[in-house]
Design a binder for this molecule. Structure first.
Ligand code: GAP
Length: 513
């Protein structure tokens, strides 16, 4: 069912101009996607929602747009050259490359799946008297699966933080994990694979000219800390927000735009006085969850603490979203201590400090980071929104419609202007006049092709919250109907009121309070 939803979503995204595989006429490029005319509008609206929530709603958060290419020493200082790795394993028979930790995580999911099956079977058998919690605590088979899963999960986390590739291989052997495609267990050893893409600066031939495509936007913020603090005279605590492309040479890029090799991040570094990081970490956890919950049903969101901390963090949590393929990371919130500013001080020789007039002291600020993938946000918005439903047609018969229930402020097109027929000059002239007026306020689409019912369906499929229909009554009394996407109800209003009504309902303001 969920798998079906995912397939539907991928094909819907292509059919209606949201997302295309990149370089498609050349068979595509794995892990890379292009956003079409509807996709770019939706993406821009998600960016605007984040940007305004950060920089407009907080007087102590300012924006930045740093370059993708940065001095190569930055990546040495940040630890990415030495430690930004994933464990890789090759299958000698199928020649397929896999992430060793993902193979193990999939196996853990299988164990938990088996436990859930036992629970489902028992629930059917016992009916209303079934006590799930008690069953999970006492049933020997369920306990065996869940305990084994927990032991493996812990062992994997320890092996990853200790860089113990041999133990990761040992887990794969002990669990007899086979290549998902070929079934072969003929694996190579596990080795670390650095995820950064590199290229060469034209005028420097040696290693010194090696440039990296940034794997996170955060470092652009850290290296501009002094510039931004001085030019804006912000005092700690304050934040710097940035939206931009990041690149990772993922061993396997999969699940559509969930794991890509070129993607966008929306990151905010919050600089705080050392010792206050726990308080701000908690505050940003709550704020970021609230931001998500304004556009996503809360039951589809949850926190998941990191078992295996990144090299820069002393605390980290993911906000996970229930994608069609299960709960996965949507956003990371990390307490990065003074790791980055200290490292840049050491490598650049420039003191990355703040003089705090309140305590008359200079210090290297600690950092709480919030980092959300724009493409993953896009996927979460689309998967929440896509619905196939049965509705009455013009004759009152059952018909199905596909509708994208995107929050109105994020919808690619806010309002469609539809003359009821296209061969009446007077109607078309009036509809054009209405379109020309409304396009000054928000993104509109004019459509006069096909019967009105089909045009409504087309707008439903791209998530347009309002359709304005110009009919014969419009000519008589200057009124139009506004049809609302979700309820499909229509109201008749004077033409002069449409801009105000639609603006009120679709403005980004509706999401910011
Ligand atoms: N600066 C911290 C940082 O980059 P991360 O957890 O590696 O942390 C942050 O990445 C977010 O970026 C993730 O929560 C995810 O939404 C997004 N992201 C990471 N890798 C991605 C990929 N390959 N494709 C799409 N989004 C990705």
């Amino acid at each position: 069912m969920q798998e079906d939803l995912f397939k539907r979503l991928v094909s819907h995204a292509k059919e209606y101009g949201f997302i295309y595989p990149s370089s498609e006429i050349y068979e595509g490029l794995s892990g890379i996607y292009d956003y079409g005319p509807m996709g770019v509008e939706l993406k821009n609206n998600i960016k605007e929602y984040w940007w305004k929530a950060m920089t407009q709603m907080n007087e102590n958060i300012v924006g930045l747009d740093s370059a993708i290419f940065m001095h190569p020493k930055i990546w040495k200082a940040s630890g990415h050259v030495d430690a930004f790795n994933d464990p890789l394993i090759d299958n000698k028979d199928s020649k397929k490359r896999s992430r060793a930790d993902v193979l193990i995580e999939d196996e853990i999911q299988k164990m938990l799946g088996k436990a859930n099956k036992e629970v489902e079977k028992a629930a059917k058998r016992f009916g209303d008297t079934f006590d799930e919690a008690m069953f999970r605590e006492t049933n020997p088979r369920v306990l065996e699966y869940t305990q084994k899963a927990a032991v493996i999960e812990k062992r994997l986390a320890v092996a990853l933080s200790n860089n113990d590739m041999a133990d990761i291989k040992a887990i794969i052997d002990e669990l007899e994990i086979a290549d998902p495609d070929s079934g072969s267990r003929n694996w190579t050893e596990v080795r670390q694979f650095n995820l950064m893409f590199s290229t060469q600066m034209s005028n420097i031939a040696s290693e010194d000219g090696k440039l990296y495509l940034r794997p996170e936007t955060a470092q652009g913020i850290f290296v501009n800390f002094l510039n931004v603090q001085k030019t804006t005279r912000q005092k700690v605590p304050f934040g710097i927000a940035q939206i931009g492309k990041a690149f990772r040479n993922e061993i396997i890029a999969r699940q559509f735009i969930f794991r890509m090799r070129e993607f966008e991040q929306m990151e905010m570094q919050y600089f705080v006085r050392p010792g206050t990081q726990v308080e701000f970490y908690q505050e940003w956890k709550a704020k970021r969850m609230a931001w998500h919950a304004r556009i996503t049903p809360p039951e589809k969101l949850r926190f998941k603490d990191h078992d295996n901390l990144a090299h820069y963090a002393d605390a980290a949590v993911d906000i996970q979203f229930e994608f069609p393929f299960g709960f996965r990371e949507l956003e990371g919130i990390h307490s990065r201590k003074d790791f980055d500013l200290k490292a840049h001080t050491e490598h650049s020789g420039k003191k990355m400090q703040f003089f705090d007039p309140e305590i008359n002291e200079s210090y290297v600020p600690f950092v709480v980071e919030t980092s959300v993938g724009l493409d993953r946000m896009f996927l979460s918005v689309m998967s929440n929104a896509l619905v196939d439903e049965t509705v009455p047609d013009a004759q009152g018969e059952d018909s199905t419609r596909t509708v994208l229930r995107i929050p109105a402020a994020l919808a690619p097109v806010k309002c469609a202007i539809l003359p009821i027929v296209k061969n009446k000059e007077e109607l078309v002239g009036k509809a054009r006049e209405v379109y020309d007026r409304l396009k000054l306020y928000f993104q509109c689409q004019y459509d006069d092709k096909d019967a009105i019912g089909r045009r409504y369906r087309r707008q439903d499929a791209i998530g347009t919250p309002y359709c304005v229909t110009i009919d014969f009554e419009t000519i008589e009394n200057d009124t139009v109907t506004i049809r609302e996407r979700d309820s499909m109800t229509q109201i008749r209003v004077p033409v002069g009121e449409v801009a105000g009504i639609v603006s009120e309902k679709t403005d980004m303001r509706t999401l910011l309070v």
